[in-house]
Design a binder for this molecule. Structure first.
Ligand code: NAG
Ligand code: NAG
Ligand code: NAG
Ligand code: NAG
Length: 462
């Protein structure tokens, strides 16, 4: 259905743009207005509040579970930056429902393709809720901080297993479950999310154990070469009989740069150590060169947007959202970076806004922000809306570390031992997976077949 819709739009005369949003990034009224329009369109794609639908899920296909976690993380910031409470109800319901019965973002329905990164994107949303003092759930429901700790503890357990086997010398695998396609891949985003969660938990709770894990995973990422000598960040490497993370995908996605930059900024704020300052500066230099390639300061998903037509898949079309979000956190926590980052965010948000009055409703964002305004590649959806929303709303940030609460100023209740002994119940929710179009991991059809084999095994089980 959706794809028929895409086709119709592409082939129709409505691609002509008749009215563009003229964003003034220095005028909060202008930013709130355009952010509101973009958010409204984003939530038109969301069925989770409709009768009979499940809170927290967008339609799959094409939208994987993780991207919903990313959306609700962005909506916490939307409320924080704009004061608009319109989406607080849906956000709370989604973040609580998808925590699942284990209160650890491992709901049974999603285990067939449960990546450590997928789980972490929901945890990042919960972390955001704790730090931004998003209204706490009622006491009988899981609490934001405890949810993050549950995910973190589960992933520590998985990491320990990797360390014990010397596979690539450590590091999280992409998938959490051996039967899933992608279990033989160590992707940088899973490790980067874990790194950032560790840094944020350390800063929020003051518990140094989280920071130790964060340092450990940074060191591993660097040692294995996924952070390159010039501080670019590549997608990951395979772990199997012939590859000990030596066969790699060298693609550089903006979300990997964003998640490591964001984590490093929290580490800097927590430790105030020069080493984190140096790392931030080196990563920023690379990021500014590769993801803002023109002299116009406009953000580009260079690996896929520069092709004609762009080759970005549904996941990848949202990645600029996370680079925007995390650059903005760097701007807050590493204040010397603020002027440079602000320039890039302003220019990118003006450009993005101009491309958000596409489509028949004249309220739909396009993918590319750097091509001529009256040229539309015909792509639209949750990712395009989300990327535009995050870059636009980022203009409302205040450059003060008090933007993020901690256990002294915040209210969220934690549980240091949450999630630790709840692992997966594999007999639930095992469905065939199609991970082939997952961001940057390449084609994994063979593994999907393997997962299907696993499925039939479970089905044949008495
Ligand atoms: C899992 O699927 C069932 C059946 O569709 C649904 O009732 C339930 O809410 C889902 N759980 C989650 C966490 O999405
Ligand atoms: C794989 O790499 C890790 C770290 O680089 C090393 O400790 C381990 O021995 C290697 N394993 C094999 C089988 O080469
Ligand atoms: C290991 O993974 C790489 C990358 O997918 C693949 O080319 C290679 O054939 C795999 N080796 C084995 C033994 O599965
Ligand atoms: C710090 O975090 C670790 C890891 O979750 C936990 O085992 C420990 O109890 C925590 N310490 C305190 C004082 O809360």
């Amino acid at each position: 259905m959706l794809w028929v819709g895409v086709l119709l739009l592409v082939c129709s005369p409505w691609v002509m743009v008749s009215r563009a949003y003229d964003l003034d990034p220095d005028d909060p009224k202008s930013v709130k207005y355009v952010a509101g329009r973009v958010a409204q369109k984003l939530m038109e794609f969301y069925p989770g509040e409709n009768p009979g639908r499940i809170p927290g899920l967008f339609d799959y296909p094409p939208y994987y579970w993780w991207e919903a976690g990313a959306v609700f993380g962005a909506l916490v910031d939307y409320w924080y930056y704009t004061g608009d409470t319109t989406y607080n109800g849906p956000t709370t319901r989604a973040l609580i429902h998808q925590a699942g019965p284990g209160k650890n973002y491992m709901p049974h329905n999603q285990t067939s393709a449960m990546g450590n990164d997928d789980q972490a994107f929901w945890a990042l949303a919960a972390m955001n809720a704790a730090e931004k003092k998003f209204p706490d759930p009622p006491p009988e429901e899981p609490q934001w901080l405890a949810l993050v700790q549950a995910v973190f503890n589960l992933q520590v357990k998985r990491l320990r297993e990797e360390e014990a086997t010397y596979n690539c010398g450590g590091g999280l695998r992409w998938q959490a479950i051996p039967l899933n396609g992608g279990y033989d891949y160590k992707n940088t985003i899973s490790n980067g999310c874990f790194f950032q969660l560790g840094a944020r938990l350390a800063r929020y709770t003051g518990n140094d154990t989280y920071a130790e894990w964060a340092e450990k995973i940074w060191d591993w990422t660097e040692k294995i070469g996924f952070i390159t000598p010039e501080y670019s960040i590549i997608d990951g490497g395979w772990i199997n009989a012939t590859s000990n993370c030596t066969t790699r995908s060298e693609i550089r996605w903006s979300y990997n740069a964003g998640v490591y930059l964001g984590g490093a900024a929290f580490m800097y704020d927590y430790t105030k150590k020069d080493i984190w300052k140096e790392r931030i500066d080196k990563m920023l230099d690379y990021t500014f060169g590769y993801f803002f390639p023109g002299n116009n300061d406009i953000m580009v998903e260079s690996a896929c947007e520069t092709l004609n037509p762009p080759s970005c898949n549904v996941d990848q079309r949202s990645f600029k959202a996370y680079l925007s979000r995390f650059l903005t956190y760097v701007r807050i926590l590493a204040p010397w970076t603020a002027p440079r980052i602000a320039t890039k965010i302003k220019a990118s948000s003006i450009a993005a806004a101009k491309r958000c009055s596409r489509g028949q409703d004249q309220n739909t964002c396009g993918l590319r922000w750097y091509t001529p305004v009256d040229e539309w590649e015909g792509m639209w959806g949750v990712g395009e809306q989300l990327a535009a929303l995050e870059v636009i709303q980022s203009n409302l940030v205040k450059e003060s570390p008090e933007e993020f609460a901690d256990s002294k100023t915040g209210t969220s209740i934690g549980d240091p031992s949450a999630g630790g002994d709840v692992e997966l119940d594999l007999s639930h929710g095992l469905k065939p997976v199609t991970t082939a179009d997952k961001g940057g991991a390449g084609t994994l059809t063979g593994l999907v077949a393997l997962a299907m084999l696993g499925l039939s095994w479970w089905l044949m089980k008495p």
